[in-house]
Design a protein around this ligand. Structure first.
Ligand code: 5GP
Ligand code: ZN
Length: 120
């Protein structure tokens, strides 16, 4: 696994910085955002270091959206499939000009409903 000694998210993967873990596979890790913009705002990251999406090997990228999908189930965002019902945003920033602050690829999953999960 490619890792960067200075990267906050690599430190989270190594257990050097604590995180509230949600799901984990061989390729991906998800955890709660430390400064949530909504209840249960979470992040999904590849278990290899790369600043931007195009730096990440396909096998890692291929694992990310299935994990995002599993999180929609864990967070019960999958329950109301009508257009009017609850929903969520998926956000992925690349570069300062695109508002990226942490230079390790991450997907935000931001719920748009009142959650009853007790997370966070
Ligand atoms: P960006 O603007 O790079 O797309 O978003 C980075 C996200 O990482 C922000 O929402 C921020 O709150 C989150 N973040 C930064 N440092 C930490 C940390 O140490 N732990 C956790 N859980 N989230 C972090
Ligand atoms: Zn990293």
């Amino acid at each position: 696994m490619a890792s960067s000694a200075l990267c906050i998210f690599c430190k989270i993967l190594k257990g050097e910085i604590p995180s509230f873990k949600l799901l984990e596979t061989k390729f991906s890790y998800s955890f709660l955002d430390i400064q949530p913009t909504a209840e249960a705002h979470c992040l999904v990251i590849p278990k290899c270091h790369g600043a931007k999406l195009h730096n990440i090997p396909d096998e890692y990228l291929a694992d990310i959206l299935p994990m995002v999908k599993k999180l929609t189930k864990v967070l019960q965002l999958d329950e109301n499939n009508t257009p009017e019902g609850e929903g969520y945003n998926i956000l992925q920033n690349n570069g300062r000009i695109a508002h990226q602050e942490v230079d390790h690829v991450h997907f935000h999953l931001i719920p748009k409903k009142d959650l009853k999960t007790g997370l966070g």
